[in-house]
Each structure stands twice: as C-alpha cells, then as structure tokens.
Write a protein that binds this ligand. Structure first.
Ligand SMILES: N[C@@H](CCC(=O)N[C@@H](CS)C(=O)NCC(=O)O)C(=O)O
Length: 153
C-alpha cells in the first residue's frame, strides 16, 4: 500500500516531501488537509501538523524525518541520500534549510523572507528536480496567491 501523505499544496515542508517522492519515484496516497478550517486540529487527526506521513502503521510528522525515512526505505542506492557517512552528514546539513528555499523568495509558514538566501539552490531545484511543476510550482503559486490576497486586506 502506498504511504499516505497528509498535506497542503502551499506548504513548503509538504512540497519538500512531494519533491523527494517524485525524485525517488514513490507513489503517495495524497490527502489534502483543510488547515484554514482547522481540519488538522480535529481529534482524529492526531499530529496537528502537515506534512504527516503514515506508512505501514508508522506516523511521522516532521518533513526532514519523512524525507530521510522515504529515502532510507525506498531510495536505496540513490544519490539523493548517499550512504557514505560524510556525504550523508552534508546532505542532512543541506536538508535543514532546504524547504525554505523551495519557497522561492516567499516566507514559509515558519520563516521570514530575509532568512532565505537560496536563489542558487532554488534555481537548481527548478531546473533539475523530477516532477518539479506538479510537486512544487503549483503549490508555490497557490501560496503566493494566498499571501497576496492576505496583503490586500
Ligand atoms: N518543522 C515542520 C514544520 C511544519 C509546519 O510548519 N507545518 C505547518 C504548515 S507549513 C502547519 O502544519 N501548520 C498548522 C498550524 O500551525 O496549525 C516540518 O518541517 O515538517
């Protein structure tokens, strides 16, 4: 059974997970969560945050943990998450701010724009990431539209 990802398209940590799944060719059962109406706060939605991944009875609710898990379980041998200790440690360092730069120059839910200085990284992702448009650009556009609407009010 495909792992289930609870997500919203505009969320940068969700998009980081979606990009990883595309890169590793992992099929996900996507469940949209309506954050604006507090769907994630209902008792049945135990983790109260997106992204949350549920796979074979395991629930993970932190994007970097999800990304590492997907790469470990489904991406054996992939250059995306190298096994060599030094290369892996450096990849983990890169992963820390990665979802910020996936948002282009827009704030994520948790960070201010001035923190973001990843244009080079972002350009590389844009050009090379498999399924970039579906996994990131559409959600990013939705997030931009949301922020622009909020700024008009
Ligand atoms: N550190 C977390 C951050 C996740 C996060 O900030 N999720 C936001 C959406 S972008 C959320 O679920 N917000 C719900 C809320 O604050 O009520 C990760 O990278 O997974």
């Amino acid at each position: 059974m495909a792992p289930t990802l609870y997500y919203v398209p505009g969320s940068s940590p969700c998009r980081a997970v979606l990009l990883t799944a595309k890169a590793l060719n992992i099929e996900l059962d996507l469940k949209l969560v309506d954050l604006h109406h507090g769907e994630h706060l209902k008792p049945e939605y135990l983790k109260h945050t997106v992204p949350t991944l549920v796979d074979d009875g395991l629930a993970l609710w932190e994007s970097r943990a999800i990304i590492s898990y997907l790469a470990n379980k489904y991406g054996a041998g992939s250059a995306l998450y190298p096994e060599e200790p030094r290369a892996r440690a450096l990849r983990l360092v890169e992963m820390a701010p990665a979802h910020l730069t996936h948002s282009e120059s827009f704030p994520t839910c948790t960070a201010l724009p001035k923190i973001i200085s990843g244009a080079t990284w972002y350009d590389i992702v844009k050009k090379t990431a498999p399924g970039y448009k579906e996994a990131n650009e559409n959600g990013l556009d939705a997030f931009k539209a949301l922020v622009n609407n909020m700024m008009k009010k």
